[in-house]
Design a protein around this ligand. Structure first.
Ligand SMILES: CC(C)(COP(=O)(O)OP(=O)(O)OC[C@H]1O[C@@H](n2cnc3c(N)ncnc32)[C@H](O)[C@@H]1OP(=O)(O)O)[C@@H](O)C(=O)NCCC(=O)NCCS
Length: 150
């Protein structure tokens, strides 16, 4: 199977059948993602097959970390500013027909790579993820993410 990861292009990429099992994430891709891209609220990257069918996607945007929200053990290692710049991985989803094939991992690593490249120009100190539920939280924890206090 020939796959590529590209910036979402609503004229080319077919999103209408995308189903990750979470209605809000499906709806976002179909109804909101291209608007967010246009308004520069978030970038949306899609994993597509040779028919431009979307198999997975993630979003990146800018974020501010409130240092008081962090566990002391983490905060102690950071510069003493009340707020710090970060990259937000707001959404990550894989179509249910393709889950369990390492596409989630592939998309996470691709997002982290893009966030890392961004540190050379904007200098965010971390990547923050927004886990939709406990299951998603466990996925991120597997890759070393730690929870905020609240
Ligand atoms: C969570 C999600 C992105 C994972 O994608 P996936 O393609 O099914 O996962 P992968 O095949 O890449 O799994 C990679 C590894 O993570 C593990 N993993 C997958 N889901 C996991 C979970 N919920 N908790 C813990 N580990 C998990 C796999 O077992 C695998 O481990 P291994 O490398 O040791 O074998 C996908 O299930 C999904 O889209 N779910 C619905 C939307 C969602 O919850 N998004 C999360 C963020 S909002």
């Amino acid at each position: 199977m020939s796959l590529k990861i590209e910036l979402l292009n609503s004229k080319i990429h077919n999103r209408s059948n995308f189903d990750c099992g979470k209605e809000s994430l499906n709806r976002y891709l179909v109804k909101t993602a291209s608007q967010d891209l246009k308004r520069k609220v978030a970038t949306v990257f899609v994993l597509v097959d040779c028919h431009n069918q979307v198999l997975a996607y993630y979003t990146l945007s800018a974020f501010t970390i409130e240092v008081l929200e962090l566990e002391l053990s983490v905060a102690k290692k950071l510069p003493r500013y009340p707020r710090l710049p970060a990259t937000m991985l707001g959404r990550l989803a894989v179509d249910i027909n393709y889950q369990g094939r390492n596409f989630g991992k592939l998309m996470l690593v691709n997002a982290l790579l893009k966030a890392y490249e961004n540190t050379k120009t904007i200098a965010p100190i971390a990547v923050v993820v927004d886990a939709i539920d406990d299951k998603a939280s466990n996925f991120y924890k597997k890759y070393g993410f730690v929870a905020f206090k609240s």
